[in-house]
Design a protein around this ligand. Structure first.
Ligand SMILES: *Cc1c(COP(=O)(O)O)cnc(C)c1O
Length: 216
């Protein structure tokens, strides 16, 4: 019961242009089904194996988003069904996604992950690497992927000013690229602790786990 309630509370706070990804990693299928029965159709997972196990047993009108770091050798397992891959951080990975998408006669939507935090541990591209990928000749040959926007994670800190600074930085980068690229429509930023701030900084997609499903 609490999952449906949490979900409805959060949905009632989201502006219409913001998409909610319910982050269900580590949670059992019964919990996801409670969210599904309450109307949720987009779920985010951070491990390909776990996402695939859930995809196999759950209703087929669900959109599955991969929000974790992706290992190249595992792309093939999600290529038949994944809707959006948030954490793409190299041309090599894009090439593998393209190859596996082609095998499945699909075009897979991807977000490029940008490094905005002041932490060593977070993955992502810096501004220059992003420029290089987006202007490369290789990328134009990848017909089975579509880069539809950017994703970022702020520093894990209580300091709201710091987080806001990082979100605004990502929004500035996003706006620069949208000018040249009409496919660029998604800015994925914001989690349970900071999604309101992320929305005020221009997020169009929030990834919320613990505020819906409880702590992990
Ligand atoms: C786990 C995770 C989330 C959700 O985090 P919560 O704090 O539980 O909302 C969002 N994005 C990514 C990339 C994650 O790994």
């Amino acid at each position: 019961m609490y999952i449906a309630k949490n979900l409805n509370t959060i949905k009632s706070q989201l502006p219409a242009h913001v998409t909610l990804v319910a982050v269900s990693k580590t949670k059992p299928v019964a919990d996801l089904m409670e969210a599904y029965d309450a109307g949720q159709r987009i779920f985010g997972e951070n491990k390909i194996q776990e996402m695939t196990d859930k995809w196999e047993v759950m209703p087929k009108d669900i959109e599955w988003h991969m929000i974790g770091h992706v290992q190249t050798n595992k792309v093939k397992y999600m290529a038949p069904y994944v809707s959006l891959i948030h954490g793409v951080d190299s041309l090599k990975l894009l090439q593998e996604i393209n190859k596996q998408a082609a095998k499945n006669n699909r075009v897979i939507d991807c977000l490029l992950q940008v490094y905005i935090a002041e932490e060593e541990s977070k993955f992502g591209l810096d501004k220059q690497e992003l420029d290089e990928i987006l202007s490369s000749t290789e990328i134009k040959q990848l017909k089975n992927i579509r880069i539809v926007g950017l994703m970022g994670m702020a520093t894990f800190t209580e300091n709201k000013n710091q987080i806001e600074k990082e979100f605004k930085h990502l929004k500035t980068i996003f706006d620069k690229f949208t000018i040249h690229n009409s496919q660029f429509t998604i800015l994925s930023m914001g989690m349970s602790g900071d999604y309101q701030l992320a929305i005020s900084c221009g997020s169009t997609m929030v990834r919320i786990g613990s505020s819906i499903f409880g702590s992990r």
